[in-house]
Ligand binder design. Structure first.
Ligand code: ADP
Ligand code: MG
Length: 729
């Protein structure tokens, strides 16, 4: 029996996995994390203070204290049954990496002991040669090292009974080039901190630190494991390259409000429990629009920790799914014809005095501070829309962006009616003249209209890639499988740069004798004018918007290879270098890595399409073709006239046509791949894969295969169908 029929049959007998009764969240929350509270218990006063100071200053821990801290961490970990440790990091491959070492070692005289030295805590040298480096390591230094970032606490990962102490690290080369996602994020966050504190000090001298906050919303699909295993395309690429849409799709929208299926519910509770132990503050879970699609979201956190928690959770979700004989699909577009998955990044900045800089204030003065950060964000997105677009570009996200339900590739900002009006007022009330001293213009009474604002917020526009949602911006173009670091690094950097310029311009006016508030208002006005063409309140999915955006001169780059160009323009190099995020060579390397990732992903998809077509689809179709041909021959021999088998003949003709087309197109696609593979320049090769392989063949081959799916005898079809993967539970 085929895997498909096995999968369907076993579905009804597969028992729900028992999940431990959900404990009170507060009683387990963070129990597998070496928090400062735990540190208090396991470290001496001296070591504790040193660790605390490093965390506060975002600095490496003091070498002199390292042994003590490492011993404390080991004592804690061993008390929980941990035997191994690993440096845990986020390489540019997009998954997380770890290499486990045990605490166990032999002393020189052969005595076995368990130890964890300070050096092992602070720094390791993983064999990094197989991680992508875009040529960086080859040109500079053969090896990289991982270094503990104490702002991310150590945690214990439980994997099928075994427990491993994970030390979250950054991954850099010996010349200091970043080889991972985290290192640049930390730099960009620090750049934004600096720039934002300076601007905050116009309003409040007590602000000495600005933290970036991130709350992500993770969308995903769940399917049965046996179904998954029967689909080589899902196994190899995370998405279905073939599959006719089912009779019922998402048109009834009954999934969104429906109850969560039992099996999935058990799975959710299970991974949530794991997440709580790891200190991931999950808060919401619900069905999404597409059948089989769900979402979870935590309470927002400091951006560095939020990024770790998202990477960690994706990993946990995948592991826990297997316990339930389920598979989680984090791909941006696992199924054609229904919604894809995104990862909305809710982003804001908060001061150490407890103010959310993107929350409208309660007084005119705090309003001005809000307006400053709000308008600077818009200007930043306007000025660097191309780089922001590049930050979310990937082969899987290309399938989703601009599909009918996902944000378009055009970066625009939605702010709602009320704030649009505020910006217009400011534009009109603040005159260009420098001698303007009318202070009435400072009275932007946003606080009186909070209800209107909230209304805008609930009535929010779902089609915008970058939307203001009351007290934060929500970057929605990020893909579900992406590491949030990249978009957050770019957002933080462009914001830092814009705030720096803002401060320069305000200071210049103040030096010329302008009052501080008036100077700020003037520059705000200037920024509104400079950035307003990125504002869009209408339907981001419409064709009219694509035309309008073009008229406004907003970039609309639809494919990854071209979108990535924005990473290496003179503008980008200047931006990242002057803010100490990336050197030119690091940018070039990252650009190269992203292109290579793109090429590989399209290449794998193309190969699996060819393989499934020739080894699954065509044999099934030909068997049925034979059946029909024999049937017709038999009828003919029995003296039945042509009219008596006209229908069979018609089906046979159709099938034969789709068989020929499929086979022919697959051959041609292989040739196109060969040509692309011979191209040396990575960018040109990526473009060839996109235009000559993917765009030329994928949809067309799929069209014929999906037609065959409808025509061929169901018993001959070995790939689980959409209705089975999406609706059977
Ligand atoms: P939804 O967008 O689905 O309506 P919410 O608006 O409640 O949901 O929040 C979505 C996400 O935004 C959550 O993860 C939440 O923690 C996060 N969020 C809320 N406030 C902030 C903030 N100031 N900074 C960053 N993220 C935030
Ligand atoms: Mg949201």
């Amino acid at each position: 029996m085929s895997l498909r029929f096995n999968a369907i049959q076993n579905l009804s007998t597969s028992a729900e996995v028992k999940v431990d009764e959900s404990p009170r969240i507060t009683s387990v929350f963070g129990s597998n994390v070496f928090t400062l509270k735990t540190a208090r218990e396991f470290l001496s006063d001296e070591a504790y203070k040193s660790l605390q100071a490093s965390i506060k200053a975002s600095q490496k821990i003091d070498r002199a204290m390292a042994n003590q801290i490492a011993n404390g961490i080991r004592a804690w970990a061993e008390s929980k049954g941990v035997t191994h440790f690993t440096h845990w990091f986020q390489p540019l491959t997009g998954t997380t990496a770890e290499k486990h070492d045990s605490f166990f070692t032999l002393k020189s005289d052969g005595t076995p002991i368990e130890q964890f030295e300070g050096d092992a805590l602070i720094q390791q040298e993983p064999d990094a040669s197989s991680f992508p480096s875009g040529g960086l390591r080859a040109t500079f230094e053969a090896r990289g090292y991982t270094a503990w970032d104490p702002s991310s606490p150590a945690f214990i990962m439980e994997i099928s009974g075994g427990k491993t102490l994970c030390i979250p690290t950054i991954f850099v080369s010996y010349t200091g080039d970043s080889l991972d996602y985290k290192a640049p994020l930390l730099k960009a966050t620090e750049a934004l901190n600096k720039a934002a504190v300076e601007v905050c000090n116009y309003f409040d001298k007590n602000v000495s630190k600005v933290n970036v906050t991130l709350g992500w919303e993770q969308e995903y699909f769940i399917i049965d494991e046996a179904m998954f295993n029967a689909r080589p395309d899902l196994v190899m690429t995370g998405r279905t390259v073939y599959g006719h849409t089912s009779a019922k799709n998402q048109q009834l929208e009954d999934q969104y409000f429906g109850s969560i299926p039992e099996r999935v519910y058990a799975y959710m509770r299970d991974f949530e429990n794991e997440a709580y132990k790891l200190g991931i503050p999950l808060r919401t879970r619900h069905n999404e629009v597409a059948p089989g699609q769900y979402e979870c979201a935590p309470i927002f956190e400091d951006v560095s920790v939020a990024v770790d928690h998202n990477s960690l959770l994706m990993d946990v979700m995948e592991r826990v799914a297997r316990r339930h004989s389920l598979r989680v699909l984090l791909h941006e577009k696992p199924f054609a014809g229904i919604n894809g998955s995104g990862k909305h990044n809710n982003w804001s900045m908060a001061t150490d005095t407890g103010v959310n800089l993107l929350a409208p204030g309660k007084t005119p003065k705090t309003n001005l501070m809000f307006l400053t950060f709000f308008v600077n964000t818009i200007k930043a997105v306007h000025d660097y829309a191309d780089i922001l677009r590049a930050s979310i570009a990937s082969a899987p996200n290309d399938h989703r962006l601009g599909a009918n339900e996902a944000p378009p590739a055009i970066i625009s900002v939605f702010i709602g009616q009320y704030l649009s009006k505020v910006l217009n007022d400011v534009k009109e009330r603040v005159s260009e003249k420098m001698d303007e001293t009318d202070e009435s213009m400072l009275k932007i009474d946003i606080h009186k209209s909070i209800p209107e604002l909230l209304m805008d917020n609930t009535d929010r526009n779902r089609t915008s890639p970058f939307a203001f949602t009351g007290n934060k911006f929500e970057f929605r173009a990020v893909g579900s499988s992406a590491n949030c670091s990249n978009p957050m690094t770019v957002l933080n950097t462009i914001m830092a740069e814009t705030l720096k310029q803002f401060k320069k311009e305000v200071d210049t006016l103040i030096e010329k004798g302008e009052k501080k508030e008036i100077a700020i208002m003037h520059v705000i006005r200037q920024y509104i004018v400079a950035g307003e063409k990125v504002l869009f309140e209408g339907d981001g999915y419409s064709d009219a918007w694509a035309k309008e955006a073009e008229r406004r001169g907003l970039p609309n780059v639809k494919t990854t290879p071209l979108a990535l160009d924005a990473m290496v323009t003179e503008k980008a190099k200047k931006l990242f270098e002057s803010n100490n995020i990336y050197s030119h060579s690091e940018l070039e390397a990252r650009h190269e890595i992203e292109l290579e990732k793109y090429i590989k992903k399209v290449q794998i998809e193309s190969r699996i399409m060819g393989e499934i077509a020739t080894s699954h689809i065509l044999p099934a179709a030909i068997r049925y073709q034979n059946l029909l041909a024999n049937n017709i021959r038999g009828l003919k021999e029995a003296g039945i006239t042509e009219a008596g088998f006209a229908n069979q003949k018609q089906i046979l003709e159709k099938i034969s046509e789709h068989i020929n087309k499929t086979s022919d197109l697959v051959e041609k696609m292989i040739d196109a791949r060969k040509i692309a593979n011979n191209i040396d320049n990575t960018r040109t090769k990526a473009i060839a894969y996109q235009s000559q392989v993917k765009d030329t063949f994928f949809d067309e081959i799929r069209y014929h295969v999906d037609k065959l799916e409808l025509l061929v005898d169901d018993r001959e079809w070995y790939l689980p169908k959409y209705r089975e993967m999406l609706f059977l539970r």
